[in-house]
Design a protein around this ligand. Structure first.
Ligand SMILES: Cc1cc2nc3c(=O)[nH]c(=O)nc-3n(C[C@H](O)[C@H](O)[C@H](O)COP(=O)(O)OP(=O)(O)OC[C@H]3O[C@@H](n4cnc5c(N)ncnc54)[C@H](O)[C@@H]3O)c2cc1C
Length: 470
């Protein structure tokens, strides 16, 4: 892409308003740094419009001039999709209005730059729950979570972002506004166009606002940590817990002892709540509409797990402080792994029942390539999603890194062989686009390219992302 003429830059600045642009390298720097430090971006200008009208004016100019755009929310995405390489950076962070909260309809309309935490708080202020929760929720935005179809720790009960969106407002690649902010539970009037923008990673338009589903706030939660033998026991325990609680399981996360050891070694204010070590741990959360009986339900589920030979030991949180402490052990797993040293990371999913098989196949495949690599898995077991990470050995790390592509191919192949996905919740970005093109069928790739060509014929929306070859 050539340099943007000064006259066009002036037009873009005017469209974004006096507070809506910057070319200051110091201000731009954090927007050009990718979270894990894998990519560094470059942009001639960052535009930060405050209204949908301003976004529309900016995109209209870009369409006319064929200037490519990279949209950005909280810049917490993990696949390089929000890092511009010469494109205009369009930040949505100034669009932070909560436009409406409607508790009776269990719906709320917020702008794209509202953080997930902000959305949770707006719902809470109205006595409702917005359930999408993930480690980066203080920074990640509603627009970004929609564009990556984010998951997190409550998918088991409430679903991914896709399940939480009733309506979307988006600026199309030609600058027109798609006014799809409906709050209907039923609307069978043809193609569900809002779905196109969910998981589109900014390649079809700019999400400017969304109407989100809300839920009753649970009156009580019960949280337990169970020591278990293996992944198969975890999956059977999940089924037991669902049945015993009448479907009250909200979260079911697993991690192996070596990962817990890293958390205990590198993180502060953590302790192992169980007296003896176990090969694996299941963190179970149940939510209830009534306070009474919550802990008892969890206890009876665990007792059933013990009776079935699945649970070796378990502890139920006696207070919210306990519950938060148990959750910290899982939530700090990525940070603890990072503190311990570099790793090759994978975000794979399979049908829940195939998780033990995925773990076995993945470990065997990795061991065949790098016997010295340490598999440090943890994940959202209730959703069939493993973060299947392979830590570099301390000795001979160069030889390990030289096999990086083979390792990733082996892990992804293990998931694919079980009907799984090579990107469970982080998206494709630039990181996995070549592989997606290879693994998806020609029919699927044609359909994706047809949608792209129809909605962004000039190819200005995040052109390097998602679809290979652009
Ligand atoms: C510590 C940590 C924990 C995480 N945990 C999870 C987890 O548990 N589950 C999970 O699913 N993900 C997780 N993620 C990754 C997750 O995808 C992002 O946190 C979040 O969904 C992205 O939101 P964002 O606003 O930061 O988007 P960005 O990173 O800014 O952008 C992500 C993509 O969306 C596009 N985009 C952003 N905003 C818009 C918009 N308004 N319109 C059109 N396109 C747009 C960008 O161009 C880019 O392609 C985690 C990330 C971190 C750093």
């Amino acid at each position: 892409m050539g340099a943007i003429p000064d006259t066009i830059l002036s037009e873009l600045k005017a469209a974004a308003g006096p507070k809506g642009w910057t070319q200051d390298p110091a201000v731009l720097a954090p927007h050009l740094a990718e979270w894990r430090g894998r990519w560094t971006g470059a942009t001639p200008i960052m535009l930060s419009p405050a209204t949908t009208g301003e976004v529309a004016r900016i995109v209209t100019i870009c369409a006319r001039e064929r200037i490519p755009i990279t949209p950005q929310g909280g810049n917490t995405g993990l696949v390089g999709g929000a890092t511009p390489q010469g494109e205009i950076l369009l930040s949505l962070r100034r669009m932070t209005l909560v436009r409406a909260v409607d508790p009776l309809n269990d719906a709320m309309t917020v702008e794209a730059g509202v953080t997930l935490l902000g959305a949770q708080e707006a719902a809470k202020a109205a006595g409702r729950l917005f359930p999408l929760s993930l480690g980066a929720e203080g920074l990640a935005t509603v627009g970004g979570a929609i564009s990556t179809n984010a998951g997190g720790v409550a998918v088991l009960r409430y679903g991914m972002m896709r399940d939480l969106v009733l309506g979307i407002e988006a600026v199309l690649a030609d600058g027109r506004v798609f006014e799809g902010l409906r709050s209907l539970r039923k609307d069978n009037t043809g193609y569900d166009l809002k779905q196109l923008f969910i998981g589109a990673e900014g390649t079809l338009g700019v999400v400017t606002a969304a109407t989100l589903k809300l839920f009753p706030r649970p009156a009580a939660r019960a949280v337990a940590l169970a020591g278990i033998g293996d992944v198969a026991a975890a999956i059977r325990l999940l089924a037991v817990a669902k049945d015993e609680s009448g479907g009250a399981v909200t979260g079911f996360e697993i991690l192996p002892r070596p990962v817990l050891d890293l958390v205990l070694k590198h993180m502060e204010r953590v302790r192992d709540p169980l007296t003896a070590p176990h090969p694996w741990y299941a963190l179970i959360e149940m939510s209830f509409g009534r306070e009474d009986g919550a802990r008892e339900t969890m206890e009876s589920a665990l007792a059933a797990g013990v009776a079935a030979g699945l649970v070796r030991d378990a502890v139920v949180a006696q207070s919210e402080t306990d519950a938060a402490a148990f959750w910290r052990l899982r939530e700090l797993a990525p940070e603890a792994e990072r503190a311990d040293g570099p790793a090759i990371k994978h975000d794979v999913s399979v049908p829940v029942a195939a998780m033990p098989d995925l773990y076995a196949r993945g470990c065997a495949a990795v061991a065949a390539i790098v016997p010295e690599g340490r598999v440090l898995c943890f994940g959202h077991a209730g959703d069939g999603n493993f973060h299947f990470n392979i830590a570099a050995p301390r000795e001979n790390a160069d030889a390990f890194w030289a096999k990086r592509e083979a390792i990733t191919e082996a892990v992804h192949e293990a998931a694919a062989a079980l009907g799984g996905s090579i990107s469970a919740e982080h998206g494709v970005g630039i990181m996995k686009k070549a592989e997606i093109a290879r693994r998806k069928s020609a029919v699927e790739m044609d359909m994706m390219r047809a949608v792209k060509a129809a909605l962004d014929p000039k190819g200005i929306m995040n052109p390097r992302v998602l679809l290979a070859g652009r």
